[in-house]
Write a protein that binds this ligand. Sequence first.
Ligand SMILES: [Zn+2]
Length: 336
Amino acid sequence: MNGRTAWMILGVAGAAISMLACPAGAPAADPHGTSSPAVTKPAAKPASPKPAASSHAEPREPAAGPGTKVEPGKPAPRQNSDKAAPSQPDDHGDTGASSVPFGESSGPVTAAQALALLREGNARWVSGATLSPNSGSDRRTEVADKGQTPFATILTCSDSRLPVERLFDRGVGDVFVVRVAGNIAGASEAGTLEYGLGHLHTPLLVVMGHTRCGAVAAAASGAEVHGNVKSLVDAIAPAVERARRFHPELSGPELAAAAVKENVWQTVFDLYRASPEIRALVGQGKVTVVGAVCDISTGKVEWMGEHPWQSELLEALRARDASKASATAEPAPAGH
Ligand SMILES: [Zn+2]
């Protein structure tokens, strides 16, 4: 069983998760595939997760694998989160002259400031007006001697057209980066991210996919892959399934483009599912997690905000863990 098809692990919160999977008011298919449809989050929040009695409530879609499938996301991500959005969240990432100082002698930044730094840097990258801050020998010496204090953690794809520090116009010691084909989150990636968030105390985690991602395209096309590449494609497959379901009119590159966004939410969900540490940091307000997609043609990063169902997912996972703990603590019935 591949890790990403194991959605049934949240069966204890089945009712709530089912609502996450197919919430009332789910958006109609977006004919453009990659555009962000209007936010259609239902006015009423899903009910609190219910315990095992309702754990077999099924999403509308039959599960592809054994058990109850749940969804890591829905296709209508809201735009920039309130928590992390800078004061000028314009679509071009240009936050004006309010550049947040970062580097030598700067103190810790907030998630909103970290996001502003990335937005500003990306705007410079897109316009060709890069500053290449923190890139000199003095900066190298500084961070080598004093240690690293990056302001953001970023999980993205290994694609060579995605040079992270350059597309955010940042330098040495600025961002803590994990790169893996398809920007998936297995145990190694989750552990590295836990280090960036929990040990280095970066307040912002960006999970960033990109246009024309070969890994996602392979998963979307059903291409035959070999060796360890298969594990990457398998990890992306659930995102492709959702893209197909939400956008049945799409195929080929358009389907892959829709799957890129779904795969961002998939990864966020996988991280939450696998990492109580990250969930705790998010729940305590110490870390903000946002999705993003970089257009490798323009260099522009589209910000997707927080997972549209973040609070519900965190609550469902909390309930799952509580149920597991309760089951573990319960003594076996006598005589059996
Ligand atoms: Zn890629």
